[in-house]
Design a binder for this molecule. Structure first.
Ligand code: ARG
Length: 466
């Protein structure tokens, strides 16, 4: 570009102050329009509310407001049709839209930026984007929870081994196991809902950093945009992205929960467990091994947890060295947030669908529960109830387990006479305790795994979602 006195880059809103054109690499390096165009509809929404307020306080004529509205409508249509021409010369979504509006609406377009700055504009856009994202994620969490409840209901009494250290520990029901994830998701939803309250405040009116000399009405703009209120300090409003970090942290936790579930589905689907099969639509084959059916979807959810957790680290690092107020560093918040939202939404959607495509092999679960002396604790508890101190009971049962192990059988398979060699307190009522069903039924307090308790938990969960 030819150097021109008093304006080296006439395409730019700020070109008047510069003596030489921006270096091509600098242009590409500093532009955000390739990714922040995703904010376009929120940007327009914010601009329309701002323009309406300007008109209401007399800073914009009704004619200008009408022209801005018409122009923005047209721009929306162009974007929806994929016809809008995004230009990297115009740096970001805000200046691209403003320039097009000026083409369409003339001076009215140039008046729109009265009493605002891109700094409060972008902070508003990101908040509108995140509010919408949170609402969509909350909806998907709920769909997934409903699918979990249906599956749990069908398996409120299906026995499986519960694990600690990935060793068989005590019998639980599959329904109980699934309800653990319901609880995690309840907290995930609560965290997002809480975060939403802090996202949903209006930065506009803070202008570049110090507020504006125009007689604006920030509360009115907040009302028009459905915000709960305005950000109280202009310096804070344009610069801090803690609300985005919170969102990112809540999202990382969702992914960590899904990743734990993924790990289990993958293990359970392995022939070594054989507890479940996933519908073919969630799996892929191998290009070399014809027999393979791989649980790709859970594996990828587990893998993509890495990027969502990584984005959280990225955002923390982005924020930590920034002096007040706005710094261009903040432009780097967008790609991680967009990717977080996409990944979380897709993962939740797939999980909700996967629950309906999950086949349970109850026999394999039961057989596994019988293999690991899962009712040993029940035998110890039985002896305690007969008066033996718990530590002695623990010792007696440990010896019984060791003996059963040498015999290659379960505790329930040992004859009473053999059991009596470990404790004389054992009577023939012990066999009710040593069965898987007996063990389950005895854990009937709130939070326990007894089938009736699990059914009650499912009912409470349904009420909570209703
Ligand atoms: N693209 C910028 C961002 O994403 C918009 C704000 C730019 N403000 C500025 N003073 N350069 O943060």
């Amino acid at each position: 570009m030819q150097e021109k006195p008093g304006g080296a880059a006439p395409g730019h809103a700020w070109s008047g102050r510069f003596n030489e054109p921006v270096d091509e690499l600098v242009k590409r390096f500093t532009a955000s329009v390739t990714f922040d165009q995703r904010l376009a509809l929120f940007d327009i929404q914010g601009s329309l509310a701002h323009a309406q307020m300007l008109a209401e306080v007399g800073l914009l004529s009704e004619i200008d407001l009408g022209n801005i509205r018409l122009g923005m409508e047209r721009i929306r249509t162009e974007i929806a049709a994929g016809k809008f021409k995004w230009s990297i010369d115009l740096e970001d979504v805000h200046m691209n839209i403003e320039r097009r509006l000026t083409d369409l609406a003339g001076d009215a377009g140039k008046r729109l930026h009265t009493a605002r700055s891109r700094n409060d504009q972008v902070a508003t856009d990101v908040r509108l984007f995140l509010r919408d994202a949170i609402d969509r994620i909350l909806d998907r969490i709920r769909q997934f929870q409903l699918a979990l409840l249906d599956l749990a209901e069908g398996h409120a009494a299906t026995v499986m081994p519960g694990f600690t250290h990935l060793q068989v520990a005590q019998p639980v029901t599959f329904g109980h196991h699934l309800m653990a994830y319901f609880e995690m998701l309840q907290r995930d939803a609560a965290r997002l809902a809480d975060c939403r309250g802090r996202v949903n405040r209006l930065p506009l009116g803070s202008a570049a950093l110090a507020g504006t000399s125009y007689p604006i009405r920030r509360e009115r703009v907040a009302e028009l945009l459905g915000f709960d209120g305005v950000c109280e300090n202009s310096l804070d409003a344009v610069s801090d992205r803690d609300f985005a970090l919170e969102f990112s942290a809540a999202s990382a936790l969702i992914m960590v929960h899904l990743s734990r579930f993924s790990e289990e589905l993958i293990l359970w689907m392995s022939p070594r467990y054989g507890f479940i099969t996933l519908a073919d639509r969630f799996c892929t084959g191998s290009s070399i091994m014809p027999q393979k059916k791989n649980p790709d979807v859970p594996e990828l959810v587990r893998g993509k947890t890495g990027r969502v957790v990584g984005h959280l680290m990225g955002l923390f690092t982005l924020m930590k060295g920034q002096p007040l107020a706005y710094n261009k560093d903040n432009q780097e918040d967008k790609e991680p947030l967009f990717d977080t939202v996409d990944t979380v939404l897709d993962s939740l959607t797939l999980y909700a669908d996967m629950m309906g495509g999950l086949t349970v092999n109850a026999e394999a679960m039961r057989a596994a529960a019988r293999e690991g002396f899962a009712t040993a604790t029940d035998l110890a508890d039985y002896l305690v109830k007969k008066g033996l101190p718990f530590r002695d009971a623990h010792e007696a049962v440990a010896r019984a387990v060791r003996h059963a192990e040498t015999q290659g059988c379960d505790l329930a398979d040992l004859p009473l006479a053999t059991l009596n060699t470990f404790s004389a307190l054992i009577g023939d009522d012990v066999f009710a305790v040593l069965t898987l069903e007996g063990s389950l039924a005895s854990r009937a307090h709130i939070g326990g795994t007894a089938p009736d308790t699990v059914r009650a938990a499912i009912q409470r969960a349904r009420n909570a979602l209703a």
